[in-house]
Design a protein around this ligand. Structure first.
Ligand code: CS2
Length: 463
């Protein structure tokens, strides 16, 4: 009989909750929770984990059940090339259900809580194409209207509304300063979160804005650790090795990086004791990661899945795909203000990470939400190079792959934001390319022609 995790027998005693995390999925449990677990002051910083789901009827989730049943404990498996390194992570002191507004509000009203972190995906911040809070989104408006009408005890479902609800509670409790630390792959994510939170606050109760000015910090972060979904095979292998049955298991890679910029208004863990870097200028780090790692991920997710590859490892092991990735990197490095040697070293380390045969990172995972990812990962490079009269060869291939994906080739489309794009790909390939390029703000004929050429080539190489 296998054992199950519980705090009486495993891990450390729960540290006092001082961090609220929205989106307690795989990534944050491999990344922030690991940094917090091993920080030199780990005993002082516990995390309260809330799922990031915005669905109105919460789906049943074996993972949520497992975390609740296991007192927030789970095993983290670091997949080295040689084998697994497994440890129990104890830094999540308590877990809550998605829309448990009572606990959410109580935690925000607690002066011991100092930080709110989030991993709710690019879509979770509910922005429109200009980066403003999308007040045309009926779910956002429904939530904000409840708050504006003073209906404070009913759940709200969208991320920005949850944050505003929390801040109303904190102001009312006079619980003092707090800092938001968004951890999604969005450039300048601190400012991005500040904007949607302030716009939500303005709609609900404009007097909250002054309080935010005086009390709320927004920190920008670059986060990095590739975290595939754990498979049944992972769970069985680890159970055989540790004797623990763990439906909350997380698998990840050895590499990890965290760069942060901005002021923590009410303190923070000593994450630097685990290698987190606190910098003044985060932009080069963000662009390096977003373009070189995430951009090549998206390129592979579409182009390599169109030609039949299913994991990043399979994709990068195919010399054609490797060439496409290198060509994209040649475009992308022109947009990253870092010394050439640093960029070369980063490229080499990415090839090693993508080439880890034990990772089995599904291209379908990365293909999700392309409508949110392509505009920030790939399009800026195409536009910048076009400004110099250059048609980016590698970058336009990623767009071509996305067009084919939207047309039903390769990884399945799983993208709530794709609704306005799907009608554009209903006709023939040429009109699909033109439509999608237009939607991405890439109307230039030379770009459209390059994307079409790549799309035709990709389609032809499916055999
Ligand atoms: C991936 C990221 O989902 C995606 O699109 O590119 O989840 C990626 O694995 C992480 O950002 C790595 O840090």
């Amino acid at each position: 009989m296998s054992a199950t995790l519980n705090r009486a027998e495993y891990g450390r005693p729960a540290a006092p909750i001082r961090i609220i995390h929205l989106g307690i999925g795989n990534f944050t449990r491999a990344h922030q929770a690991w940094y917090t677990e091993h920080a030199s002051d780990a005993d002082e910083w516990g995390i309260a984990g809330f799922p990031g789901r915005t669905t109105l009827v919460p789906r049943p989730s074996p993972r949520d059940d497992a975390l609740d049943a296991q007192d927030g404990l789970y095993q983290l498996v670091i997949k080295n090339a040689e084998g697994d390194q497994v440890e129990v992570i104890s830094s999540v002191s308590a877990t809550f259900r998605s829309h448990d507004i009572t606990s959410w509000v109580e935690l925000f009203a607690d002066p011991n809580v100092a930080i709110v972190t989030s991993t709710i995906t690019e879509a979770g911040y509910c922005r429109d194409k200009d980066g403003n809070l999308d007040l045309g989104n009926p779910d956002v408006i429904a939530d904000l209207d409840k708050l504006r009408a003073g209906r404070l005890d009913v759940p709200v479902f969208t991320g920005p509304a949850k944050f505003v609800r929390g801040l109303l509670a904190r102001r009312q409790a006079e619980a003092g300063p707090i800092t938001f630390v968004p951890c999604d792959n969005i450039p300048n994510n601190g400012e991005m979160a500040e904007r949607v939170i302030r716009q939500g606050a303005e709609y609900v109760d404009a007097t909250l804005l002054d309080w935010i000015d005086a009390n709320v910090g927004f920190v920008t972060t670059m986060v990095d650790r590739i975290t595939p979904r754990a498979t049944d095979d992972d769970r069985e292998r680890v159970e055989a090795a540790t004797g623990i049955e763990d439906p909350g298991l997380v698998v990840t890679e050895p590499f990890t990086e965290w760069v942060l910029a901005g002021e923590f208004k009410a303190g923070r863990p000593h994450w630097e004791s685990m290698g987190a870097a606190f910098v003044d200028d985060i932009v080069p780090h963000e662009l390096r990661k977003l373009y070189l790692l995430n951009g090549s991920h998206s390129l592979m997710a579409y182009c390599a899945s169109v030609i039949g590859r299913t994991t990043v490892y399979e994709a990068i092991s195919d010399p054609r795909v490797r060439g496409w990735v290198e060509q994209w990197w040649d475009d992308a490095v022109t947009q990253v203000p870092l010394p050439a040697e640093e960029l070369d070293a980063y490229r080499a380390s990415l090839l090693e990470r993508f080439g880890n045969p034990r990772m089995k990172d599904q291209l379908a995972r990365i293909a999700m939400d392309g409508s949110q990812k392509l505009p920030i990962r790939i399009v800026p490079t195409i536009k910048a190079l076009l400004g110099q009269g250059i048609v980016a060869k590698g970058a336009t291939r990623a767009v071509a792959g996305w067009v084919l994906h939207l047309r039903g080739l390769g990884a399945p489309v799983d993208d709530a934001g794709a609704a306005p794009v799907l009608p554009l790909v209903a006709g023939d390939l040429a009109s699909s390319v033109r439509g999608v390029c237009g939607w991405l703000g890439l109307d230039d004929d030379r770009v459209v022609a390059a994307v079409l050429e790549h799309a035709e080539e990709l389609e032809a190489s499916r055999a």
